[in-house]
Design a protein around this ligand. Sequence first.
Ligand code: BV8
Length: 244
Amino acid sequence: MTRPSGAAAPPGAVVLTGAGVSRESGLSTFRDPDGVWRRVRIEDVATPEAFARDPARVQEFYDARRAQLADPAVRPNAAHRALAELDRRWPGDFLLVTQNVDDLHGRAGSERLLHMHGELAKARCLRCGAVERSPPRLADSPPCPACGERGGLRPHVVWFGEMPLGMERIEEALARCGLFVSIGTSGSVYPAAGFVATVRGRARTVELNLEPSEGSALFDEARQGPATRLVPEFVDALLRDAGA
Ligand code: BV8
């Protein structure tokens, strides 16, 4: 497809982020030495079976993480802001797919944004199916904002063994993209970790991460460093090259 100016339209871009992009905002990652899964076991707090077995423990785990988002010290960093600018200025198709359940991409201004693992700030009612802004604490069994029923709210978060959200839209964007950038993820959780294998060979693939991820070898380019330095640099160069 070419634009009136005759220049080729820029490729569609898909950006995937993980916990590393929020690390410099003060939120723990999962698999680093001080990570979340070093403190609690996935099987105890992040599966449907855990919720069925001990709902109070699961609700407390997510209530504590949700409370962190209300901390004024936890706010979008330069990487989140650079990705929001890319969303605003990229002249082609664009989709930011995040594995993160924090709200920092949205607060930075990203709009073409998809939370494939759900959102801490939202709760899902098992009685009426509504997905609403979550009350601060779910461990107290607050009434559903939609149906008023008590005891039916769960975090609107995708647990292990549950289907991630928006997969059709993600697969469509991956099928059309000419650029795939993975930022701040260890590449250890599927299906997100498999996206690069889906696009490599027909899209430019770039990894920006503090250290090589499990899938680094699958990328055309892999750069190591903190997201707050790598991402703004990368976005500036991308927009300059695209004349955007
Ligand atoms: C699915 C929400 C299929 C919860 C998360 C057996 C049974 C069932 C499924 C499976 C199974 N075996 C394998 C699977 C698949 C499973 C999976 O992949 N398991 C892994 C452990 C092997 N996946 C699933 O279950 C998925 N669903 O497959 O469904 C299906 C099919 C049909 C019908 C029904 C179902 C669902 C997975 C989603 C789970 N939920 N999150 C919550 O947040 O509490 S995933 C969890 O890992 C986190 O949320 C996180 O988002 C995600 C990925 O972690 P990362 O973001 O990569 O974080 P990590 O700490 O690992 O890495 C951080 C990186 O950042 C590091 O590389 C570090 O170097 C870097 N970094 C650090 N600081 C910085 C930095 N980079 C830059 N700058 C810095 N400053």
